[in-house]
Design a protein. Structure first.
Length: 335
């Protein structure tokens, strides 16, 4: 398969310069995308909270300008650039500097360093891989971390905060699929049915956990938790964990601070497990994706993923920044 070196294609570009911050779709060529790496035809990308940060000046995530945004992709190799990959291989890439410090996935073509590429595992289509995307990968790392800590079905209710979002909805589905009693915390009352369809047994209002509470400890409830909200929500989760339980923390949609005391750690032996999907070592990445294609594969991927083209990104990025997304937007840059 060879491509016309003069091919032109649309890309979603964020620019932050003397004239101000701008984002939108414009036409680019192969010389405008990252200059090095395996050339991939992007079949699907997705919309993550981080993409909304990377396309606004206040987000402070974009490190080059202009930047073709898009932090994750699944697609087909069109030029292996001397790597172990072969033309036609189906692959996944996300994290590292993709869509933040080097041009990313919101374009028909993207170049990615070979050592940052995961072969698409059997059992997943490229679309399914991006419905999962960075959010689902982060949820998988969270579930794996909790189970490595000792969490098992039957231990008690497992809490998921920000439950209708990308990380949250994936975590609800994965935990329920593994037999855990899932409690979903959400600010979207109207999405209770969506959360129950994913497998949540109980749904609680976000305010139960997000209100500041000066007590150092609260009644022990949860055998484990997946938190992508941070702030006072994470502090309250720590206070409600059962003795010796853990929370896997990945996000900050509710704030980057952590107004907590050491009491849950020193009186209840609880653990705060940090989750990072950006620099995850490649062997861990490959193993997690293999599990995402098998025992951790979320059910309901079709209902979780909403398809958009590059022209739908402006609205999707604005909505996700405001906390308004339910499930995951998948982007087809070729449309
Ligand atoms: N550590 C990592 O490697 C990693 C990887 C991926 C994502 N993240 C982080 O994880 C977080 C979630 O990412 P995402 O892509 O899943 O975003 P998302 O789809 O927007 O989901 C976030 C959810 O958080 C809830 N939320 C929003 N604003 C809130 C507020 N002010 N207070 C409490 N809850 C709020 C909402 O769920 P409800 O309406 O249901 O409450 C929202 O849907 C982000 O902070 C992102 O940067 C980190």
């Amino acid at each position: 398969m060879s491509i016309d070196p003069n091919v032109r294609f649309p890309a979603f570009v964020f620019t932050n310069d003397d004239t101000g911050a701008h984002r939108g779709v414009q036409e680019v060529g192969l010389s405008d995308i990252a200059p090095d790496g395996v050339l991939i035809e992007v079949e699907w990308s997705s919309v993550n909270y981080k993409d909304s940060l990377a396309t606004t000046a206040s987000g402070k995530v974009a490190r080059i300008s202009p930047l073709i945004a898009g932090i994750d992709l699944a697609g087909r190799v069109v030029d292996a650039a001397g790597s172990k990959f072969e033309v036609g291989d189906l692959v996944i890439a996300h994290g590292y500097e993709i869509g933040t410090g080097r041009h990313g996935a919101y374009a028909r073509y993207c170049r990615v360093p070979a050592d940052q590429i995961v072969p698409l595992p059997a059992g997943l289509t490229t679309r399914e891989a991006m419905v999962i995307g960075t959010g689902g990968f982060t949820a998988a790392l969270s579930v794996i971390a909790l189970e490595d800590w000792g969490l098992a079905p039957g231990h008690g209710p497992v809490l998921v905060t920000g439950a209708t979002g990308g990380v949250g909805s994936m975590a609800v589905s994965m935990l329920a699929g593994r037999g855990h009693h899932v409690v979903a915390s959400s600010g979207k009352k109207e999405q209770e049915e969506f959360l129950r369809d994913l497998g949540a047994r109980d749904v609680i209002d976000r305010s139960v956990l997000s209100d500041e509470d000066r007590r150092p400890l609260q009644t022990m409830e949860y055998a484990g938790a997946v938190d992508c909200v941070g702030g006072s929500t994470l502090a309250n989760v720590l206070k409600r964990l059962q003795y010796g339980a853990a929370v896997a923390a990945s996000g900050l949609t509710g704030g980057a601070d952590l107004p907590a005391t050491v009491m849950p750690f020193i009186l209840r032996g609880v653990a705060l497990l940090g989750i990072d999907s950006v620099q995850t070592p490649m062997e861990v990445r490959i193993r997690a994706w293999e599990r995402l294609a098998t025992d951790l594969k979320p059910h309901g991927l079709d209902s979780i993923g909403h398809e958009i083209a590059l022209s739908g990104l402006e609205s999707a990025l604005t909505t996700i920044r405001a906390g308004g997304v339910t499930g995951r937007y998948v982007v087809r840059p070729g449309d």
